[in-house]
Design a protein. Structure first.
Length: 207
């Protein structure tokens, strides 16, 4: 890709560093910025710069925050006795989007993976134990349904085994629209174990 401007080339190079953004997509973004008013571009770059330089992490749950405590932890309407344990920020956003959960969160910062050099010391597990000791009544495990995820759940459960806390996990089953024959054995087994009455899914008419 040949550029007539070094400034545009540099901008394209920076945009293409983002995941999923190739050179062509980056070029379209840069050219779009050229069409925008200077004030709008300045507002865009200022927002990105402030986000990167001023963002903090909540001292309680480790979620991104504008201050010492995030808006979720500081909300008076949240159930303080429930803590949903997740891997990262994206998981919080996904769960919040469902509008079905009103408790707090705890971001581990990943899951246990010895092969990748990720042990308990690299995760926010010690602070989770401290929160449980401080009165949390239920830990809801919402980690990836993988061997590493299950290992992490098992490890955390062992660490808080002596504490009066209930540990639950989100139900796992066959994805809507998925073919039963293509489901892996563990998913299928859990779907059967977590089965619900058919009335929960369809309206059954008496014949």
């Amino acid at each position: 890709m040949v550029f007539s401007s070094k400034l545009i080339e540099d901008a394209v190079q920076e945009f293409s560093k983002l995941p999923g953004i190739g050179k062509k997509t980056a070029l379209r973004m840069v050219l779009q910025l050229l069409k925008m008013e200077t004030e709008s571009v300045d507002s865009f770059t200022t927002a990105i710069s402030r986000m990167r330089n001023e963002i903090q992490f909540c001292k309680q749950c480790h979620n991104v925050s504008d201050g010492d405590t995030c808006t979720i932890c500081s909300s008076p309407g949240r159930n303080k006795t429930q803590v949903c344990v997740v891997e990262n920020i994206r998981d919080v956003i996904a769960i919040e989007s469902t509008q079905q959960y009103n408790g707090l969160y705890h971001l581990l910062g990943g899951i246990l993976s010895p092969l990748d050099g990720i042990g308990p010391e690299q995760l926010n597990i010690a602070s989770l134990q401290a929160r449980v000791k401080d009165g949390v009544e239920e830990l809801i495990m919402a980690l990836s349904p993988t061997i590493e995820g299950d290992t992490t759940v098992y490890y955390i459960a062992k660490q808080v085994a002596e504490l009066p806390v209930k540990i639950t996990t989100i139900a796992r089953g066959i994805a809507f629209g998925g073919e039963l024959e293509y489901a892996d054995e563990m998913t299928l087994a859990r779907s059967i174990a977590k089965r619900l009455p058919i009335e929960n899914y369809v309206s059954v008419k008496k014949l």
